[in-house]
Structure formats: structure tokens, C-alpha cells
Design a protein around this ligand. Structure first.
Ligand SMILES: C[S@@+](CC[C@H](N)C(=O)[O-])C[C@H]1O[C@@H](n2cnc3c(N)ncnc32)[C@H](O)[C@@H]1O
Length: 215
């Protein structure tokens, strides 16, 4: 396979503060779309932040769930507003493939603190408070596929094994279940989060407006 990325910059260096002198000198082998080649992390964060989508992802972290890294990576791919980790602060970053540098990952020690943040979150209309929606196939959950997903919301995921905690369920306005057709009780939390994020994208995002997609 060809090397990912680009080698040292050829010719006169660009006069633009978004470029990182170390990357210009040594080349840029990071896993970023071509628009951001040679850019500093801060410049990439700022550009993504200027057009982030107005929905958030939250995932519980009571037992060092290995899915959090993959959730963060997918959240970066869909440019969600932020990922919220509820429970333990530490999580295994390996699956994130360094994407956690490019978006906000916010820690909340418990469900109460998390819902306090959600009720004070600023909305696009200038008001405060966004919907907190659980995603789990618990009894009483409604089908994700037919639920009218709001543009501004936070989608909350549980962990492998226990699923959404009772504290998290208590703070959710509704719990949405991704319909399954096979024999397994559930799908992997990282897979469920990817499906749900793409559900939001299908409903609210405009295809073809972001860099890094095939022309
Ligand atoms: C592996 S599941 C564990 C709990 C699951 N309720 C069970 O009974 O096996 C871990 C997390 O993945 C997500 N998940 C898995 N399957 C799902 C589905 N069909 N619909 C919605 N969320 C799902 C939920 O966020 C859940 O908390």
C-alpha cells in the first residue's frame, strides 16, 4: 500500500498561520483528509468547530469500555458538536486513532452533572436546553427508525454488558431502539453509535457540503 499522507513541502513555504512548520519540514502522515494537510491541530479544530453539527453524543464509562475510542472516531467523522463521557474520566484512547484531538471530549462524573449540562446547553435559537435521548433496546424503547430525531439533541449510549444505567435512563426523555432482526440480544455499542449518528446525518445534514468526500 502507498504511504498515507505527504512528504516535506516542496518549494517556498506558504505564508499562512494554519500551516505547521514541523509538518512542512517533515511531511504530514496523519490520518486527516487532504484539505488539512500540513495544518496545525488547532487550525483543524477551529475549522471543524466553525461548521460542527448541533448534536452531541454521550457514552457511559463505568468499566473502561473499549468502544469509546471508536465512538469518538465516528463522532469526528460526522463532526458532532462534542462527545460526553459520563462516569470514569479515563478511557482507552487507542480506538480513537488520535481523533480526540480534533473535537471536544467532555467529562461528567455522573448522570446528574451530565443532565445539568444538557439543560443549560445553548441552542441555535438562543434559548437553552437540548433533548437527552437514550439509545438502547430496553423494554419500553421506541423504534429509532421512525422517531423524529430533533436537530439539537444528545444521544446517550450505555456499555457492553449492563447497557444504559438506571441513572442514565432516568434523565432521558425517551429511549430509542435500533430494530434488530437476528438472534443476538444487542449490537456492539460502537456500532449502535455509528448507526445512530448516521441516522441524524440522514435526517439533518446536507450531503456534499464537507471536504474529504469523493467528488
Ligand atoms: C451491548 S449493549 C448492552 C445492553 C443491551 N440492552 C442488552 O440487553 O444486551 C451496549 C450498548 O449498545 C447500544 N445498543 C446495542 N444494541 C442496540 C440496539 N439494538 N438499539 C439501540 N442501542 C443498542 C446501547 O447504547 C447499549 O447500552
Amino acid at each position: 500500500m502507498d504511504d498515507v499522507g505527504v512528504g516535506p513541502w516542496r518549494g517556498a513555504w506558504p505564508d499562512d498561520p494554519r500551516y505547521d512548520p514541523a509538518l512542512l519540514r517533515e511531511g504530514d502522515r496523519r490520518n486527516v483528509v487532504d484539505q488539512y494537510r500540513y495544518w496545525t491541530v488547532e487550525a483543524i479544530r477551529a475549522e471543524l468547530g466553525s461548521r460542527k453539527h448541533p448534536f452531541h453524543i454521550a457514552i457511559e464509562n463505568w468499566t473502561h469500555d473499549f468502544n469509546i475510542g471508536s465512538v469518538v472516531r465516528t463522532a469526528n467523522a460526522f463532526n458532532v458538536a462534542a462527545v460526553h463521557v459520563v462516569g470514569r474520566r479515563r478511557w482507552n484512547r487507542r480506538g480513537a486513532m488520535v481523533t480526540d484531538r480534533y473535537l471536544d471530549v467532555v467529562h461528567h462524573p455522573d448522570a446528574e452533572t451530565f443532565v445539568g449540562w444538557a439543560s443549560g446547553a445553548r441552542r441555535e435559537d438562543g434559548g437553552t436546553g437540548i433533548s437527552v435521548l437514550g439509545v438502547d433496546n430496553l423494554p419500553g424503547a421506541v423504534p429509532f427508525e421512525t422517531f423524529e430525531l430533533p436537530r439539537e439533541c444528545v444521544l446517550v449510549f450505555g456499555q457492553e454488558g449492563p447497557g444504559l444505567s438506571s441513572e442514565a435512563r432516568r434523565v432521558c426523555e425517551a429511549v430509542l431502539s435500533i430494530t434488530q432482526f437476528g438472534s443476538t440480544r444487542s449490537i456492539n455499542a460502537g456500532a449502535a453509535a455509528a448507526i445512530a449518528m448516521h441516522g441524524w446525518v440522514r435526517r439533518h445534514a446536507v450531503p456534499g457540503t464537507a471536504p474529504g468526500n469523493p467528488a
